[in-house]
Design a protein around this ligand. Structure first.
Ligand SMILES: Cc1cc2nc3c(=O)[nH]c(=O)nc-3n(C[C@H](O)[C@H](O)[C@H](O)COP(=O)(O)OP(=O)(O)OC[C@H]3O[C@@H](n4cnc5c(N)ncnc54)[C@H](O)[C@@H]3O)c2cc1C
Ligand code: SF4
Length: 454
């Protein structure tokens, strides 16, 4: 590949050893490629499908050409590994007799569970939903991540000895004091689930919904599971998605599948540039315009727009939005600073379904976190440093979006792995002292097996 010095593995939050697995693929050494990949990543079948691939932004080839399609290679390695029967349940060599409870079964909880089980601890995962997976299961649409992929991994984890207890909400129908009594350590991995609201006039109208209510219903429908509460459909409606991130893009794709009459997406921020600028040089992650497959399927995208009012009809149903254009003023260093409304730019846009996709503010405080009286940081996330992942409460750790705020699957896996290492150190005095397992012996920053040339 002639990378010279590769930067891709430091672009990957997991420290995936990319040049080596690429080389193994080039030599058609699939077992070797899988061994290298799985030494740093518990779930390449997830990241290979939905990671925004910061590694590719730092690929050497990307200086003057399209980068190596690392994410696609990753997906192919793991699917070949499944086909060829390389992927086996990660059984520990010995059991320690220590019991760990994991609260939440998203990628952070799953990665922590996989690592701790591989290190010999008895792991039970508590999940309030009816199936494990967190946002992988209920949130991310099936057209991005089919749910058999999640179920296949959960099955393997069960075969390796991990217990999943679904429909179990800690702090509601499972007592946190019971967990503190019964388990030697607890990992809080409940995600960042409280959506950012838009408290403007008309917010109470029928037809204004949080994105997650819409997306979760669709996951249920696709799996032929019953949908609870009022059904939200985009069919034959003018849909406006407020928020330009991943969640917004997923609402666009889902609305098009519902056969919406029109799909419009608003973003408060100005339109990003198409290519790197001087302020985002290679190999940093560039804040450039992203166009997802959902956008390609059809959406009218607008930037620098604020919604001022939801307008309803006499029956209390949403019928239009009142919006205004914004003018952003940049600071001298080129960072976006503040906006002002453009006079005379207010318009009314017909809209019968508005989906709020403006991100998530913090984890749910009600229930588990309140009862536990755990310390929160200034953003309302569970407070624990990146060094030790432990909260202010003895033997209670935290990882993933619940600790770092809304992020990415690859970061959640990384946090789950690093948190598991700290839990293991806490339980047995040093990390993985009793079992030299593949899963826990090569974590971020530690060298991978020497394989192939670079
Ligand atoms: C719509 C959407 C699309 C996204 N798309 C992408 C993408 O394409 N690529 C990407 O990298 N990232 C994406 N993300 C972000 C990514 O999904 C999250 O960063 C990641 O899932 C966080 O993992 P987590 O394990 O910390 O939390 P979560 O995945 O949120 O899992 C937390 C789990 O904890 C459970 N839980 C919470 N409290 C309790 C309790 N008291 N008792 C029991 N269970 C509890 C919840 O039910 C949930 O299942 C997306 C996010 C959303 C919302
Ligand atoms: S996990 Fe994401 S960042 Fe890491 S190698 Fe795979 S695609 Fe790249």
């Amino acid at each position: 590949m002639n990378c010279g010095i590769p930067f891709c593995h430091s672009g990957c939050p997991l420290g995936n050893v990319i040049p080596e697995f690429n080389d193994a693929v080039y030599r058609q050494q699939w077992q070797e490629a899988y061994d290298i990949l799985s030494s740093t990543n518990n779930f390449p079948e997830f990241t290979g499908r939905i990671c925004p691939a910061p590694c590719e932004s730092s690929c050497v080839l990307g200086i003057n050409q399209p980068p190596v399609a690392i994410e696609e290679i990753e997906k192919h390695i793991i699917e070949v590994a499944f086909d060829k029967g390389f992927v086996k349940p990660n059984h520990p060599a010995v059991r320690t007799g220590k019991k760990v409870a994991i609260v939440g079964s998203g990628p952070a909880g799953l990665a922590a569970a996989d690592q701790l089980n591989a290190a010999g601890h008895n792991v039970t995962v508590f999940e309030r939903d009816d199936e494990p997976g967190g946002l992988l299961r209920y949130g991310i649409p099936d057209f991005k991540l089919e749910k058999w992929v999640v179920a296949r991994r959960v099955r393997l984890m069960e075969e390796a000895g991990i217990t999943f207890k679904c429909n179990s909400e800690v702090g509601v129908n499972v007592g946190i004091n019971d967990l503190l009594r019964e388990f030697h350590a607890i990992v809080l991995a409940g995600g960042s689930t409280i959506p950012r609201d838009l408290p403007i006039p008309g917010r109470e109208l029928k037809g204004v919904h949080f994105a997650m209510d819409f997306l979760k219903q669709q996951n249920k429908r696709v799996s032929s599971l019953p949908v609870q509460g009022e059904e939200i459909w985009a069919t034959n409606k003018n849909v406006v998605v407020i928020g330009g991130g991943d969640t917004g893009s997923d609402c666009v794709g889902t609305s098009n599948r519902h056969k919406a009459m029109s799909v419009t997406q608003f973003e408060l921020m100005p339109k990003p540039p198409h290519a790197r600028t001087e302020l985002m040089p290679w190999p940093t992650y560039p804040m450039i315009l992203k166009t997802s497959s959902s956008h390609e399927e059809g959406a009218d995208r607008h930037w620098a727009i604020a919604t001022k009012e939801f307008i309803g009809d006499e029956k209390g149903h949403l019928k239009a939005l009142r919006t205004v254009k914004l003018e952003w003023k940049m600071t001298e260093d080129g960072r976006t600073a503040k906006f002002t409304e453009v006079p005379g730019s207010e318009v009314e846009l017909p809209c019968e379904l508005a989906l709020l996709a403006m991100g998530f503010v913090h984890p749910q405080h009600q229930g588990l976190l309140k009862e536990l009286d755990v310390e929160l940081d200034e953003r309302g996330n569970v407070k624990a440093s990146e060094k030790n992942y432990v909260t202010n409460i003895a033997k209670v750790f935290t990882a993933g979006d619940m600790r770092r705020g809304q992020s990415l699957v690859v970061w959640a896996i990384s946090e789950g792995r690093e948190c598991a290492r700290k839990v293991d150190e806490y339980l047995v005095g040093s990390s993985c002292s009793n079992a030299e397992t593949k899963a826990s012996s090569h974590s971020k920053g530690t060298p991978a097996p020497k394989t192939g040339s670079q």
